[in-house]
Design a protein around this ligand. Structure first.
Ligand SMILES: O=C(O)[C@H](O)CO
Length: 335
């Protein structure tokens, strides 16, 4: 009898579905973002679950999942939505899809760094409002050229970001994390403490996983240690940053700007403060000199891995993890 696989969304790219169908019976939940309850209604009797949209899989979920589950495979690099120790304790294999999305996410980090530093979103809003000025000191930004770029978490994505930024004449790369890395040495990046990174960096780019060590890492204390001209970029997880502390740091000119692919809450409600302060009306009161500039925020809705190629690769990798697990082989990316 064929193994049965449940896919938790009806918009998974076909690469993974086609692969699974070569060997398994596939059930697809006919909605894009089902609740845990929706999934649990159909999951019992399936051998594997293909997890999408950061569906939370915890002990309660597993208690109701039936007894046949052998593989949990998330179509994401991040796995903060999975209780990995609990899944493994029950003898269920668990996999994710890192590596295949690193380049796409790194592109978004570069986009956000440049967009926030060079104030392009703000410029676009000014155009729409008919408020373009000829003043020579209008919409002045910061440059990557000659800057120090600090990477918080030099994993695969952090390394991909450094590789891309090397073309921008950055003066110095520093990074922080658990320990010095060979990859850091190869990239010419210097391992420093978090405090040193915050004090030295003109750009601070967060590419660390969300866990108990990083949750809320960026708070009043951390922002206060950053340079006034610092551009803060987060492509990792919104909960690494205390949103109110970031808003305060922007409003009080503690830092220069922020570029965010991820936020807390996510998605941001349309009337959220972070969206309001990135609205041109706030800084239309301004502005000629650097010291007066306020609240440059570029926010996008978690688009890091959102390319056709990368989502296909993620879908295929998540499916291959399942097939390997069901055949008793190690997963490609096993947790
Ligand atoms: O973790 C990931 O895969 C990316 O953030 C997209 O969710």
């Amino acid at each position: 009898m064929k193994s049965r696989v449940l896919i938790t969304s009806n918009d998974v790219p076909s690469a993974g579905i086609d692969l699974l169908r070569t060997k398994c019976d596939v059930t697809i939940i006919q909605t894009t973002n089902p609740s845990q309850e929706d999934v649990l209604q159909v999951l019992p009797g399936h051998d594997a679950i293909f997890v999408t949209n950061h569906l939370n899989i915890n002990s309660d979920f597993l208690n109701n999942a039936g007894t046949s589950l052998k593989v949990v495979s998330t179509m994401s690099a991040g796995y903060d939505h999975l209780d990995v120790p609990e899944i493994k304790r029950r003898g269920i294999k668990v996999g994710h899809t890192p590596m295949v999305l690193s380049d796409a996410v790194a592109e978004i980090a570069v986009l956000l760094a440049l967009n926030a530093a060079r104030r392009t979103h703000e410029g676009r809003l000014k155009l729409e409002q008919g408020q373009v000025m000829k003043n020579l000191q209008w919409l002045l930004g910061q440059e990557l050229r000659g800057s120090t770029v600090g990477i918080v978490g030099l994993g695969n994505i952090g390394q991909a970001i450094v590789k891309r930024l090397k073309g921008f004449s950055v003066a110095r790369f520093v990074y922080t994390g658990h320990s010095r890395k060979k990859a850091g040495d190869e990239l010419g990046a210097h391992f420093v403490s978090l405090d040193d990174l915050l004090e030295q960096s003109d750009f601070v780019i967060v590419s660390a996983p969300l866990n108990n060590e990083t949750r809320g890492l960026f708070d009043d204390n951390t922002f206060n240690k950053m340079k006034k001209n610092a551009v803060f970029v987060n492509i990792a997880r919104g909960q690494i940053v205390k949103t109110n502390a970031l808003i305060k740091a922007l409003r009080n000119n503690i830092i220069f700007a922020a570029g965010l692919d991820v936020t807390d809450p996510e998605p941001l409600p349309p009337d959220h403060e972070l969206l309001k302060i990135s609205n041109a009306e706030i800084y239309s009161k301004v502005v000629c000199t650097l010291t007066n500039i306020k609240c440059i925020v570029v926010v996008i809705p978690h688009l890091g891995s959102a390319t056709v190629k990368t989502r296909n690769d993620m879908s295929f990798t998540a499916a291959q993890n399942i097939l390997n697990g069901l055949e008793g082989k190690p997963l490609i990316y096993e947790l």
